[in-house]
Design a protein around this ligand. Sequence first.
Ligand code: ARG
Length: 258
Amino acid sequence: MKKTKKLLVMAAAMALAACTLTACGGASSKGGDTLTFGTNAEFPPFEYVTSSGAIGEFDGIDMAIAKQIAEDNGQTAAIENMEFDSLLVALQNGQIDAVIAGMTATDERRETVDFSTPYYTATQVMIVKEDSDIATAADMADKKICVVQGYTGEVCVQDMGYSYEAFKKGTEAVMELTNGKCDVVVIDSATAQKYVGDNEGLKIVEDPSAFESEEYAIAVQKGNTELLDKINKSIDKMLADGTINELAVKYTEETTAE
Ligand code: ARG
């Protein structure tokens, strides 16, 4: 009898430990007062680290949107900053409630997560040196191309059949370009503008016939319709009343003005 009781206590303790490990109803939303967003704060004007941002040290268009979504639901937004490649895994593990990271809603990603209503339209562009002869995507054929690992820009260049070098951060790829070690960086338009504003001697080359437009959306766990509905309500409101437009203007100016 004594032994059974001990076993039961142990089983209960183990269940509890398992629960905290998988965060059942713990840090994750499910009615809690914190809504935890995962991001990769290496992507101005959408997310970057600064002294005092919209959410703690994190600022940018996405951070302001995340803050508002949480507020609309009587919650506080928290940010978990991680590598871009880790975001969808962290979402599936329940480590974060949602991903807001200038993330393009692609069919491939839709296989593992659900996406909100899109809130921003972007496209891939090419950053080159001012004197570059690259005028179209096809001109990249015999050039040294740099991309950021896991970004849709990498997928585009891959699909075009070109070889390339992938970096962990946009700033690293751009440094390679300014140092003359690569000829072109393929990356999202608004972020490219920011980098061109920050670095002398660079320009943007667009090729809309080669790069399709992309839509940024917030990702939630597959089937989490409760959270998705809340997020969509907030986004719809912010799209309709011009909030997202204003944020885009504000942060684009702010981050290119420095
Ligand atoms: N839009 C691109 C993608 O979905 C790049 C996003 C990068 N975002 C970031 N926070 N680092 O792959």
